[in-house]
Design a protein around this ligand. Structure first.
Ligand code: ZN
Length: 451
C-alpha cells in the first residue's frame, strides 16, 4: 500500500468507532494504534472520581443502543446509523413522551437541515438526541415518541490516555499532543490521531537530539490528567495536532509566546515548505489542549499547524465533517510540513563564538573566496542549494555562496550565546537553511560552540 492508501485505511478503520472521554471506543482506538503503529506505547489510566488539579475524573461511559420511535413505531433516529445521534455521555432513558418534551432533548441545526450536530453532556447528567433538522419538518415526526437509550455510567471505571516516547540523545523533551474523544468526526479530530501516528512512524526512523513524547488523550480532562501525573521539567515545547486534513489553506495557531523557538520554527517550516501564503491565528486561550499546556503552572508553548482549523469551517462538529470532507492528500501535506518542522527543531541551538573579538579571519579557514573583490557579487558565487536542506543537523559539505558570507557576518555579530539560530535567521533576514549551513561550517572550524 502506498502512503495515501495507508492514510485512508486508518481514517476508515477508526472513523466508525464511538469515542468519548472514556469507555470502550477509546480503548478500541488505542488497541488499534498499538497493534498497527505504536507497539511500545503505554496506556495510562486514572480512576473515575480522582481529583486532577481542579477537576474530577468523570465516570466511565458506555452505550449499547439508542433510538427514537415515532407514533407509528418507526425508528426515526438510530444510534446504530450514526453515533452522533446520541449526545455523548447521555444517561439511560426508556419512556414515551410528547413532541414538546422530545424537542427539549433534541439538537438540530436549522441552518444546515441535512446535518447531524455533535453534542456532549459530559459534566451534567442529562440525555439527548441529535438529528437532521429536516426530520422535524418531515411527515415522520409523529408523536408520541418512544425514546430509548441503553447506556452506563461506571463510577469504578477510569479515564485512559496513550503515551509513546521516542528517546533522543538528550533528555530535553517535545510533546506531541492530540485528542481522541470525538466520535465519527473526521477533521476534528480523527485527523490529529492519524497525523500523530504517521509522524511518530517517521520520528522512529531517525536519530534525534530531542526526546519526543506522543500523548493521545481525551480533550481537556485527558490533558489535565496527563499533566497531573507527568514529569514536566524536561519539556521545552510542544505541538498540538488538530484539524489537519481539511480543504482550506494551511494555517498556524501560534503558541502563547511569539518569540519562543516553537513558534519561530513553525513559521519557518511553513515558509520553507510552501510557496504560497498561509493564515496566522495569534494565540488565544481557547481551542484545544494548548489551554492546559499554556497555563501558568506549565507555560509549555504548543503551536498548531492546521488545515481547516476548528471554528473556521462550517462542517465543524457536524456529520458533514466526515470521510468525504478530509482527503489523504491533505493529511500527507500536513505530515510533510510537520516533518520539516521537526527537522528544523532538531537544529535548534544557541551558537556562541569561541572568541568574541572582532571578525574571524575567514580566508585562512576556506570560508572566504580566494579572489578578492568578488564579495557582494553573489551571481558568481551563488550555487544556492535552496531546499536541498532536509536532513537533521547541518550539512557536512556546503558550497560557500554570497548568502553564506552574509550569514557569517551576521553570525559573527549575533552569535554571543543569547540568540538562537532561529533568532539569527529572523534578525538577519537570511533563510534558516543558509544560517544553519553557515553555523555548521563555522562549528566544524572550531569557531563556534553550540549551546
Ligand atoms: Zn471538537
Amino acid at each position: 500500500m502506498d502512503l495515501e492508501q495507508r492514510v485512508l485505511k486508518v481514517f476508515s478503520d477508526l472513523f466508525p468507532i464511538n469515542r468519548s472521554l472514556t469507555g470502550k471506543g477509546v480503548e478500541e482506538t488505542f488497541n488499534y494504534l498499538i497493534e498497527k503503529f505504536l507497539p511500545n506505547s503505554k496506556i495510562n489510566s486514572i480512576p473515575s472520581g480522582t481529583k486532577a488539579y481542579d477537576w474530577i475524573v468523570p465516570e466511565e461511559w458506555n452505550i449499547k443502543d439508542a433510538y427514537v420511535l415515532n407514533g407509528l413505531g418507526e425508528k426515526i433516529i438510530d444510534f446504530k446509523e450514526s453515533n452522533l445521534h446520541v449526545m455523548s455521555y447521555s444517561k439511560s432513558i426508556n419512556k414515551t413522551i410528547d413532541a414538546k418534551e422530545l424537542l427539549q432533548h433534541l439538537h438540530t441545526l436549522p441552518n444546515y437541515p441535512d446535518r447531524i450536530p455533535y453534542r456532549t453532556t459530559y459534566y451534567n447528567k442529562n440525555w439527548g438526541f441529535c438529528c437532521k433538522h429536516e426530520l422535524l419538518e418531515s411527515d415522520k415526526f409523529i408523536p408520541p415518541f418512544k425514546v430509548f437509550i441503553d447506556s452506563e455510567h461506571n463510577s469504578n471505571g477510569s479515564l485512559k490516555w496513550l503515551e509513546c516516547v521516542k528517546k533522543g540523545s538528550t533528555k530535553k523533551e517535545i510533546i506531541i499532543s492530540t485528542y481522541c474523544c470525538h466520535p465519527s468526526l473526521a477533521n476534528d479530530n480523527l485527523s490529529g490521531i492519524v497525523l500523530s501516528v504517521f509522524l511518530y512512524e517517521y520520528l522512529s526512523s531517525l536519530d534525534t537530539k530531542f526526546t519526543y513524547r506522543l500523548v493521545i488523550a481525551p480533550e481537556t480532562i485527558g490533558a489535565i490528567s496527563f499533566l497531573s501525573k507527568a514529569k514536566t521539567k524536561n519539556i521545552i515545547g510542544g505541538m498540538v495536532l488538530s484539524c489537519v486534513a481539511g480543504p482550506d489553506k494551511i494555517s498556524l495557531k501560534e503558541g502563547f509566546n511569539v518569540n519562543h523557538f516553537m513558534n519561530k520554527s513553525a513559521h519557518m517550516a511553513i515558509k520553507q515548505h510552501l510557496n504560497s501564503d498561509y493564515i496566522v491565528y495569534p494565540f488565544a486561550p481557547d481551542g484545544s489542549d494548548e489551554r492546559q499546556y499554556s497555563s501558568p503552572g506549565f507555560k509549555i508553548v504548543t503551536p498548531s499547524i492546521h488545515k481547516s482549523k476548528y471554528y473556521e469551517y462550517d462542517e465543524y462538529h457536524t456529520s458533514a465533517d466526515n470521510l468525504d470532507y478530509v482527503n489523504p492528500a491533505f493529511l500527507i501535506e500536513t505530515l510533510e510540513l510537520h516533518k520539516t518542522w521537526i527537522s528544523l527543531l532538531e537544529t535548534f541551538c544557541y551558537p556562541k563564538r569561541k572568541n568574541m573579538f572582532c571578525e574571524f579571519q575567514l580566508g585562512r579557514r576556506d570560508l572566504y573566496p580566494q579572489v578578492g573583490g568578488t564579495l557582494n557579487q553573489s551571481a558568481h558565487l551563488d550555487s544556492d542549494k535552496g531546499n536541498e536542506y532536509r536532513n537533521f543537523g547541518f550539512n557536512k559539505n556546503i558550497d560557500i555562496t554570497g548568502k553564506h558570507l552574509n550569514a557569517f557576518n551576521w553570525l559573527m555579530h549575533l552569535a554571543d550565546g543569547s540568540n538562537s539560530n532561529f533568532d539569527i535567521a529572523e534578525k538577519s533576514g537570511i533563510e534558516i537553511v543558509i544560517i544553519n549551513q553557515s553555523i555548521e561550517a563555522m562549528f566544524q572550524r572550531d569557531l563556534l560552540e553550540l549551546l
